[in-house]
Design a protein around this ligand. Structure first.
Ligand SMILES: [Zn+2]
Ligand SMILES: [Zn+2]
Length: 268
């Protein structure tokens, strides 16, 4: 199957990837993609300073180099994945004023200034309390929809936490998830389908199918698909499952972006 594009990818501009940008482009060309978007990390005041920031001068030079060199075969776009925390919002807005991104993903990688990855956030919390608190943080982060295009890996909290069962039931958190989805829809933003959950052995994408179905039911139309690849081999991983699920739910289109403006593309 031919894929359209990968809308969530990292390169060695992200603290957790060694992948040279051009190798990602070469793999994307091999896959026959029409577009590739780089969404390297900016996580102001993240627990690990490796993720803090990018040298955007260098980032732009590198993106433009790839854009020009591969112009005839693939469209390269410059995005970013911003880790939202309420106390860094003004810094995020400064960044968005300064750099002309094609595409912005907002993600919650920490909540209440506590890290998921190290487990600090989960300490002393029952599973569903932790999940609910995560969603409360997400809800707060989407107050200014002009700041982002799509919300990243919406139920990503299930990846961490040392619980016997990590499973998250849409029903158990329906009220707050609906609130989040409605705010995203009314704000003119979208969500992403992030296929990395499969590579983490979770047997699901982010968000899980129930939440994507609910998004569609509430009128959600804007959706992008990303692998969250940190290595060329993971580009478009499990996209067949994502395309199949979206079609099954009723989606006919996915989204592409340029200069932060969305357009609709038929699901291949
Ligand atoms: Zn992320
Ligand atoms: Zn990512």
């Amino acid at each position: 199957m031919r894929y359209f594009a990968d809308y969530h990818t990292h390169t060695n501009f992200s603290g957790d990837s060694q992948a040279p940008m051009e190798l990602m482009v070469k793999r994307a060309v091999e896959l026959g993609l029409k577009e590739l978007v780089f969404t390297d990390h900016v996580d102001y005041e993240y627990a690990d300073p490796l993720f803090e920031n990018i040298d955007f001068g260098d980032y732009l030079v590198s993106v433009n180099y790839c854009k020009d060199k591969y112009r005839k075969v693939i469209k390269i776009l410059m995005g970013v994945e911003i880790g939202y925390q309420p106390h860094v919002e003004s810094r995020i807005e400064e960044l968005l004023d300064k750099v002309d991104f094609d595409f912005v993903i907002y993600s919650t990688h920490m909540a209440d200034r506590l890290d998921f990855y190290t487990g600090a956030f989960f300490e002393g919390k029952e599973r569903d309390l932790a999940y609910n608190r995560y969603f409360e943080n997400v809800l707060q982060s989407i107050k200014n929809p002009a700041n982002f295009n799509v919300y990243g890996h919406l139920d990503f909290i299930v990846r961490y936490g040392n619980y016997d069962s990590k499973s998250l039931s849409y029903q158990d958190h329906a009220a707050i998830i609906d609130k989040i989805l409605r705010d995203i829809i009314y704000g003119g933003c979208g969500i992403e389908v992030n296929t990395s959950g499969y590579r983490y052995g979770l047997g699901q994408m982010h968000p899980q199918a129930d939440i994507i179905r609910r998004y569609y039911k509430l009128g959600g139309e804007i959706i992008t698909i990303g692998s969250d690849a940190h290595h060329p081999r993971d580009l478009c991983a499990d996209f067949n499952s994502a395309y199949t699920l979206l079609r099954e739910i009723g989606f006919k289109y996915i989204n592409a972006y340029e200069g932060r403006k969305a357009r609709f593309v038929k699901i291949p």
